[in-house]
Design a protein around this ligand. Structure first.
Ligand code: ADP
Ligand code: MG
Length: 245
């Protein structure tokens, strides 16, 4: 059984079909790329999966259980994480404190005991930082980090709930090509080490073809192709709709 099974998912905004009867599966332990031109419906699809939006129709099965329309925090508790933006407000906090705060955020009963709880979560936070290669920078303020390093901290924060499914909406936007490759190589390593499944969107076709196990192509809310990278690359409709040739 697939970890994620999206079935006939639809969402309209004021008469515009942002997502129109879209179905696909993501087996456990795979990286699935969702691609398509701007406005294709990629972010809407993410928002429907993690509960930020309710679908008009369709189902989102997570390990067989329909989570469509559930409150976002319930979906998060079921093991669906999304890469955080480390907001400017946390720029003055250290890398370690940001990850500790993420760990605390889903252990609400500990909030009152911030100090003792934060210190007992230090080892857990450091372990996550080790995994994303940021342990050496744990004491630095997030606000002074390089962009690619902030993205690694975001990844550690997303992993703080030990997710089964990680959603990454344009994780490498604004990055230099080498940083893109590094972040996605790290993600790929986490997929194999933790048995994680990843759904990601990405504009760089180099990154998509290098890291995706399978690709789904959306155009104007509809799924126009899906398959392994080589077959998608050859698909005539994809070339026309997406690559313009
Ligand atoms: P993508 O992420 O592929 O660029 P989106 O999912 O953001 O595409 O958008 C798909 C379509 O839905 C676009 O036409 C967009 O304008 C529209 N849309 C997305 N979110 C909203 C919203 N909250 N309200 C109204 N229209 C929206
Ligand atoms: Mg988008």
């Amino acid at each position: 059984m697939s970890l994620l099974h999206v079935q006939h998912l639809s969402k309209t905004f004021g008469g515009v079909a942002a997502l129109d009867d879209v179905s696909f599966e993501l087996p456990a332990g795979q990286m699935l790329a969702l691609i398509g031109p701007n406005g294709a419906g990629k972010s809407t699809c993410f928002n429907l999966i993690n509960g930020q939006l309710r679908p008009d129709a369709g189902a989102v099965l997570l390990a067989g259980k329909d989570i469509a329309g559930m409150p976002a925090r319930h979906i998060w508790q079921r093991g669906v994480a999304r890469t955080f933006q480390v907001s400017a407000a946390f720029g003055s906090m250290t890398v370690l404190e940001n990850v500790q705060a993420a760990l605390l955020s889903h252990r609400r009963q500990l909030w009152r005991w911030w100090r003792p709880a934060a210190s007992c979560l230090r080892d857990e936070a450091m372990a996550l930082l080790e995994q994303v290669g940021m342990a050496a920078q744990a004491r630095r303020a997030c606000g002074v980090l390089a962009y690619g390093d902030i993205k690694r901290v975001e990844l550690a924060m997303a992993l703080s709930n030990a997710p089964r499914l990680l959603l990454m909406d344009e994780p490498t936007a604004g990055m230099a090509p080498r940083e893109r490759q590094q972040l996605m190589a790290l993600t790929r390593r986490l997929v194999s080490e933790r048995g994680l499944s990843v759904l990601f969107t990405e504009h760089s076709m180099d990154v998509v073809f290098a890291f995706a196990d399978r690709i789904i192509v959306l155009a104007r809310g509809q799924l126009i192709a899906q398959g392994e990278p080589e077959s998608v690359r050859r698909d005539a409709r994809v070339r026309e709709a997406y690559f313009g040739s």
